[in-house]
Design a protein around this ligand. Structure first.
Ligand SMILES: [Zn+2]
Length: 210
């Protein structure tokens, strides 16, 4: 089964967020700085849960207009048409480009939603002091963090593909509000994942083994 070593917190040690120097953990509510680089030292990211919840709820709210509002308007030979992410996907399907349609659908609709669900799950599990599968939950966090870096590509993919499909002799393409909301969802979700402290998953587990 899982073997649990002595955590740094148990050994009264903490690592610097910036240069990762291991130092003696400061007492509660005592401001301490890293002797090497001068950054503030915290055993755990301060207010991690509250901050992550706030960012996550913001991202969930932004997710709605990101999917309902048009991300772009294409004017071609006097024809103007606005597309949401979903209608862009449907255009791709109509043109027989179903592998691309699936790619865009998963990258722009499914993956951002799964990321939000994963973070909500991690927050609930830490607040509920679950001891259930800490290794898998840590892995889930790692995947969520990793996927975030690639999310920004989606918006370019959908915009370029839809434009290519529709492009006539003369066409103008304008980004619309939906694209801004979509970008905001991606950025806010990355910051939310960053503000979550995965060591919180292990705090309960460590205590139960003693
Ligand atoms: Zn440091």
């Amino acid at each position: 089964m899982t073997t649990v070593g002595i955590s740094a917190a148990r050994a009264a040690l903490a690592s610097c967020h910036d240069c990762h120097l291991v130092v003696r953990a400061p007492a509660h509510h005592v401001a301490a700085t890293c002797p090497r680089c001068g950054a503030a030292i915290h055993g755990r990211k301060p207010n991690s849960l509250v901050r992550t919840w706030a960012l996550l709820i913001t991202a969930i709210i932004l997710y709605v207009p990101a999917n309902l509002m048009p991300i772009m308007t294409v004017t071609s030979l006097g024809n103007t048409q606005s597309d949401t992410i979903i209608s862009g996907v449907i255009h791709l399907l109509h043109h027989g480009m179903w592998p691309l349609a699936l790619l865009v659908f998963f990258a722009s609709v499914v993956v951002p939603m799964l990321k939000l669900i994963a973070l909500v799950f991690l927050l609930v599990s830490v607040q509920g002091r679950w001891q259930w599968r800490p290794v898998d939950r840590t892995r889930l966090y790692r995947i969520t963090e990793l996927v975030g870096r690639w999310s920004m590509v989606d918006i370019y993919v959908v915009t370029i593909l839809v434009a290519l499909v529709k492009l006539g002799e003369l066409a103008t393409i304008e980004a619309r509000a939906g694209a801004v909301f979509f970008g905001a969802v991606v950025v806010v979700t990355i910051v939310a994942a960053e503000s979550f402290d995965p060591r919180l998953i292990w705090d309960e587990v460590g205590e139960s083994r003693e």
